[in-house]
Design a protein around this ligand. Sequence first.
Ligand code: G6P
Length: 603
Amino acid sequence: MCGIVGAVSGSEVAPVLVDALKRLEYRGYDSAGLATYAGSLSVSKGVGRMETLDEALGLSGMEGRAGVGHTRWATHGKPSEGNAHPHTDCDGDLAVVHNGIVENYAELREGLEERGHVFSSYTDTEVVPHLLEERLDGSLEHALRETVSELEGSFAICAVGEDGLVAARNGSPLVIGLSDDANFVASDVPAILPYTRRVKYLLDGEMAVIKRDSVEVRDFDGEPVEREEEVVEWDAEEAERGGYEHYMLKEIHEQPRALAECMGGRLDELMGEVDPGVALDRDGMEVLEGVEFVGCGTSYHAALYGARLTGEFTGLPVNARHASEYRYGPVSGKNILTVGITQSGETADTLRAIERAGDEGHAVLVLTNVVGSTATRMTDDVVYLRSGPEIGVAASKTFTNQLACVAMLAIALGRESGDLPRSEAKHLIAELRDMPSKVQRVLDEVEDVESVAESYVDSEAFFFIGRGVDYPVAMEGALKMKEISYVHSEGYPAGELKHGPLALITRRTPVVAVLTSSPLYEKTLSSAKEVEARDGPVIAVASESDEDTGRFCEEVLRVPDADHRLSPLLSTVVMQLFAYHVARELGRPIDRPRNLAKSVTVE
Ligand code: G6P
């Protein structure tokens, strides 16, 4: 989820592109670059922040009235000048910037290399200028149309060359900006807001040919598309949040796309195989005696979920440990795989736990969102979450991608160990594939969550309960509520409620119960009935097709039906929205809760 800008103007575009890129800084990035065209191509790029890059980018040499720029947030290949965009073709006369992931890039690159193309980066993006070069026959638009038909995955692409500026969208946003003396393209409205408020949004499967005095929109078949011009009313700050009131809400709504990127290219439904992002060594699997997951806060909840699924799919002994406890506690066994989960890759407790696991001779795997973070330098085996930058302190889209990653890892381990039958793996993979659209459906029903949250905003405390794979969801629901609303909240395994917390239940202590269909549904429902019998209101998160829950619980929030082992990805989104709307009603500073930091680098 990097930033794209492009412009065709009556005057020099380099200063405009740099200014537009600076307006995308809030999204986070590790490197940046731009390319302009004036008879020949000028490209400039570097690692670091724009203010330090300004000089390095050397605007003085960059002439041209058409150009593209990019802020990169690494997903394939570390942050480096070589990996920064724009990327160029062999002749160096067309430049490309790209957001998203080209899933079949390895295969495309192999073919291109066989045909003599020389690559200079480790990115998936670089296949695009080379494909364009092969197809360029007078019209960049035509070459781009042919190129996108070969790409699998999600993308927003902008290319500049002799033939001007073209853009294509499939799964990653692009907006066209229109003004009297220049036209623009950008991944985000804030980039172009100082230059124009007149926009046309591209939809998936559409391309644009952007000239100084005209913009043509066509579909990928070349058919013209009539797109209404709109006027953006947001101020700059609202625009950075994509029109949402808080970054957290924006990030909650980004989950369908983030999940799709996370799973892109990693699922093989036909074969029932998953590529978890690292090579699992078959010999290693034979001697593997157990798997341990470690993390802090939200990442610990992903660890709990990962342990549960891995145990079920492999039959191996599994464990989830708080990283802060792992460092000093007993560590068992030698042939253990330790999975360190940390979205930032910088949490001190988790880094120390990873170090300890390595010292004990364990195989260590890291799951993180930040390429180049400290955790990634502690092991060769790293799986990236591909969530894009998360600005809200409370994790949302990084958590759902952690859940997806540990689910993929558990399936892969289950297949390697021989304990998970192929047919079962195929079913789980098909279910995973459906998750982005099911999460979208949860988000589309947000009004229900909002009105329930409003009804319980004066509560003294909240309890969150769930069993099995839903226990981590309950824990995370409680953590989200504490972090952003400051209302006391506790997550419990549903069966534990009667062993103490029931004494606290009153009309003013609602219990949020994960009651999606699962083999343990009846058991959790009994716990819910115990609460209702003591006058405590139960807010159930239930499956769409379930007709029972509503008879016993005061409120029911629905999620689409799904395999119970994967429905935590859906229930979690309801929990996030619930916490968000309670916090919003209470007027809390949702993106920056008191006393909390996005990454805690002290023990
Ligand atoms: C801090 C944050 C939590 C987060 C935890 C782990 O405590 O406030 O929200 O879950 O760190 O962060 P990590 O980056 O390691 O996932």
